[in-house]
Design a protein around this ligand. Structure first.
Ligand code: AMP
Ligand code: ZN
Length: 473
């Protein structure tokens, strides 16, 4: 069975055929680094990690290139830097904010069992590519300079003949609809309300670079151009898969397509467009004002959600229990059930060698990443006592339980460890009594008492001295 993926552009599930099976290429829009990632941000990271693992399984680990960018130039970053480091020059403060946030992001997604992408390019390291694309767009008549800005004109794109796609095709909107829906306070330098920014002037003190298109003042890029530049640099003019959350379809991805296709005269930027659905919390939109906003870090390290700390793999499994295109309702119940499942699987596969994953499991993932069906198959394998199949399935889905100790199992382990320690202390005390070292034997009795253990000296059936213990009451 072939891999079939749902494509947002054509609105259908299609057989996936890479442009070059020796170099399968995927781009996913990554984080803007100014604050801790929330659990909604974790969804595309986890979903596309499953796809990355599946592609590596199908085409070989060395034949898949996964690029996920880091947006390190943005107003939100500037605001945060000025707020958190008021004493520092803005550029230095920005570097502190972005480096620290990038580290936090990596720690969080590592805990979720996600592989690092092949390349994680930073926007600020690709300004040259952005300028090149912008120059081409101006030369091609798709963009124009006004008030030290460079603006892209969707109307010019749709007026051009040739292979280009229609602006609005990805989001399934017409340009007329968009013009009608545009806000009234359109910037005066725009020819049309739907024109969007490729490049803009920097305010004094803000990060700035030499501008493209003959503009003599320094400036900075708009958001959409970053992804066109980074995907071009690392994956080429056209590539296989482009992904992100559903909120990015418009305007971000629509504008990426416009920029890349017009700059390179191509029909398509990516062969397949994939978008994950949104996450809501206990039936409500996640927002700071509702107080249900929760970061990955808070779930891992505090008891803010459901009164417990959660393990990264529990978050991962809870996320994958819903198909990636469906909205997900993030609940305590869901996490609790994920914990129970992982706990039972971890005990089953301890010391078990993984074999190639089962046909059923592969077929589920090949069918547009049907992870709920794949998880049902994991349960079936567990019930059927096919533990090597279970181990293989877990591995393919990035649920590596080697280091997973659920809090349920941890409680059992600590009881066993305590028991071993009690037995060892009792033997030491018996030896001390044999050599009549009563000071030591009393010390050990006190140590056990401090552990909440009461001991009783008696005789066994043969009349030999024996020490028993119980939990002190
Ligand atoms: P942002 O930093 O807001 O650009 O988001 C980074 C990624 O997380 C994008 O792919 C977004 O689509 C995705 N994302 C943001 N919020 C949510 C949410 N509540 N549920 C699912 N995905 C989200
Ligand atoms: Zn992007």
């Amino acid at each position: 069975m072939a891999l079939r993926l749902y494509d947002t552009l054509t609105k259908e599930k299609r057989d996936f055929a890479p442009i070059d099976p020796h170099n399968v290429r995927m781009y996913v829009c990554g984080p803007t680094v100014y604050d801790f990632a929330h659990i909604g941000n974790a969804r595309p990271v986890i979903v596309f990690d499953v796809l990355f693992r599946l592609l590596r399984h199908l085409y070989g680990a060395d034949h898949v290139k996964y690029v996920r960018n880091i947006t390190d130039v943005d107003d939100k970053i500037n605001d945060r830097a000025a707020r958190d480091y008021p004493g520092l020059p803005l550029n230095e403060a920005i570097r502190k904010v972005t480096e620290q946030t990038e580290q936090q992001f990596h720690d969080d997604v590592d805990a979720l069992g996600c592989l690092r992408p092949t390349v994680e390019p930073r926007a600020t390291e690709h300004i040259g590519e952005m300028r090149t694309i912008i120059d081409r767009l101006v030369e091609g008549g798709f963009a124009y300079v006004a008030a030290d800005h460079v603006l892209f004109s969707p109307a010019a794109m749709n007026a051009a003949n040739g292979v280009l796609p229609r602006y609005g095709a990805l989001a399934n909107r017409s340009l007329d609809e968009m013009i009608a829906g545009a806000r009234v306070d359109v910037a005066p330098y725009k020819r049309d309300a739907t024109d969007f920014v490729l490049w803009k002037p920097s305010k004094p003190g803000e990060p700035s670079w030499p501008s493209p298109a003959g503009i003599t003042t320094q400036g900075r890029p708009g958001w959409h151009i970053e992804c066109s530049a980074m995907s071009w640099k690392h994956l080429g003019e056209t590539f296989d898969i482009h992904g992100g959350g559903i909120d990015l379809v418009f305007p971000h991805h629509e504008n990426e397509v416009a920029q890349s296709c017009c700059a390179f005269h191509t029909e398509r930027m990516a062969q397949t467009w994939m978008h994950n659905g949104f996450l809501q919390v206990e039936g409500e939109k996640m927002s700071k004002s509702l107080g249900n906003f929760v970061t990955i870090r808070e779930l891992l390290e505090t008891e803010k959600f459901g009164g417990r700390k959660w393990e990264g793999l529990e978050l991962r499994l809870a996320m994958l229990r819903t198909h990636y295109r469906q909205p997900i309702d993030w609940t305590h119940q869901n996490l609790e059930e994920a914990r129970q499942a992982l706990d039972s699987w971890a005990n089953k596969i301890e010391g078990i060698e993984a074999v190639p994953p089962s046909v059923n499991l592969c077929e589920a993932l090949l069918d547009d990443l049907n992870t709920p069906r794949a998880i049902a198959e994991l349960h079936r394998l567990g019930r059927a006592k096919d533990y090597s199949g279970l181990a293989a399935g877990l591995k393919l889905m990035g649920l590596d339980l080697a280091s997973y100790r659920s809090p349920l199992t941890k409680a059992v382990h600590s009881a066993f460890e305590k028991r071993d320690r009690i037995d060892a202390l009792i033997s030491e005390r018996t030896a001390a009594r044999v050599r009549k070292d009563f000071k030591e034997s009393d010390r050990i009795r006190d140590e056990l008492a401090a552990m909440g253990i009461a001991i009783k000296d008696g005789k066994d059936a043969d009349g030999k001295p024996v020490t028993t213990w119980e939990i002190a009451r």
